[in-house]
Ligand binder design. Structure first.
Ligand code: URA
Length: 209
């Protein structure tokens, strides 16, 4: 699991515990997902490129740094990934946002793509794929495949909770894609839900159950 980065921090642990609790309602759940994504993004963006240039402080010249956030592309996997977009846009306001809609066939658990709208991509794009739950890994691997077909080479996957099965799926199919997550949970159940997990992230965000 060399590609896995678990962002282990008391703030994240505290907030994730509240999200896991079944009595936490959608408003708090959405707020906490936004806050944890902010903290995850701090680590996940650690290696993005910066430009150096000279600036003048009131006292002297010094080196300044800038992120070319127009080269950054955020790709939420619909629909739960949408809950992570706003906090990354707060940090990188000029990033582009693409969308990939994939649902899991409930019988095979395999990804079925129903929507894809992406900005143009090339080898200089830094692409952050967002999905709170890295469960089987099929949807994430499918999203990465689409992004690579469109020219992306630098892809980072950001999730809230990962299952070992999903991480393994990534390691085999996209070993070049680092995964940043708040927690590595125990396992999947027979329906592809993460244990202990937090249930269906989309349903909890949008109160659809
Ligand atoms: N998707 C979810 O929302 N939750 C899981 O546990 C697995 C996949």
């Amino acid at each position: 699991m060399d590609n896995l980065h678990v962002v282990d921090h008391p703030l994240i642990k505290h907030k994730l515990t509240i999200m896991r609790n079944k009595s936490t309602g959608p408003k708090e759940f959405r707020e906490l997902l936004r806050e944890i994504t902010f903290l995850l993004a701090y680590e996940a963006t650690r290696n993005i490129e910066t430009l150096q240039f000279e600036i003048e402080t009131p006292l002297e010249k010094t080196t300044g740094y800038a992120i070319e956030d127009k080269k950054i592309v955020i790709v939420p996997i619909l629909r739960a990934g949408l809950g992570m977009v706003d906090s990354i846009l707060e940090l990188l306001p000029n990033a582009s946002v693409g969308h990939i809609g994939v649902y899991r066939d409930p019988k095979t658990l395999r990804p079925v793509e129903y929507y894809c709208k992406l900005p143009s991509l090339n080898e200089t794009s830094a692409v952050f794929v967002l999905d709170p739950m890295l469960a089987t890994g099929f949807s994430g691997v499918h999203a990465v495949k689409i992004l690579k077909e469109r020219g992306a080479r630098n892809i980072i996957f950001v999730s809230l909770i990962a299952a070992p099965e999903g991480v393994q799926q990534f390691s085999v199919n996209c070993p070049d894609v680092p995964i940043y997550t708040a927690c590595l949970d125990r396992q999947l159940n027979d329906h592809g839900y993460i244990l202990p997990g937090l249930g269906d992230a989309g349903d909890r965000l949008y109160r659809t159950k």
